[in-house]
Design a binder for this molecule. Structure first.
Ligand code: VGL
Ligand code: ZN
Length: 188
């Protein structure tokens, strides 16, 4: 059996209702994330955080597309309170470079280093948002030679344009990802 990691992308206050850049129903995946995080098939459970400096280029005041969100050290950048911290082995922060989008968690080289150190061959990528950070993290994982599954019972998209999340999943499928609607224990 391939050694597997669960990568929970950006399940943070600012991406859930009430936050600065809320993903519609973003908090609805909390129970499913916790269920996955305790599945024994995962040798490693990683949570990523979007972790921007004040002057990040993706913010509107800097000419970017997004409202100010996930500024380092703020409440909005904290992991969502419903996420069970006890199941998380490692937190990877990304998005610190003001000049890059920071959508992929592989922009922080620490992610690949830890995965290789643990002999991980397969990633299940879940969290927020399907059409941005989940998509880009999963595509980068495929480019680096990992097997990738995206579990759609544990992701939600921003859908700036209707259908963005569906198109992101289609792109991931074409790139070689397995798109599953709940394959682990307790699947719905
Ligand atoms: C994200 C937009 C801006 C994400 C991060 O986590 O998907 N989306 N920054
Ligand atoms: Zn961001």
């Amino acid at each position: 059996m391939a050694r597997e990691a669960l990568v929970i992308v950006d399940f943070q206050n600012d991406f859930t209702p009430g936050g600065a850049l809320p993903v519609p129903d973003g908090d609805a995946i909390a129970d499913r994330l916790n269920e996955l995080a305790q599945d024994p098939r995962f040798d490693l459970v990683i949570a990523t955080r979007d972790w921007h400096p004040e002057n990040h280029g993706s913010f509107r005041e800097q000419g970017g597309p997004w409202p100010r969100h996930c500024v380092q050290g703020t409440e909005g950048a904290e992991l969502h309170p419903k996420l069970d911290r006890s199941k998380i082995d490692v937190i990877i922060d990304k998005g610190q470079n003001p000049d890059t989008a920071g959508y992929s968690a592989f922009e922080n080289p620490e992610l690949e280093r830890i995965l290789r150190e643990h002999g991980i061959e397969k990633l299940t990528v879940v969290g927020l948002a399907t059409d941005y950070c989940v998509k880009n993290t999963a595509l980068d994982a495929l480019r680096r030679g990992f097997q990738v599954e995206v579990d759609t019972t544990a992701t939600k998209g921003v859908d700036v344009q209707p259908g963005d999340s569906e198109r992101a999943l289609e792109e991931l499928r074409r790139a070689g990802a397995e798109i599953a609607a709940g394959s682990a224990k307790g699947a719905v």
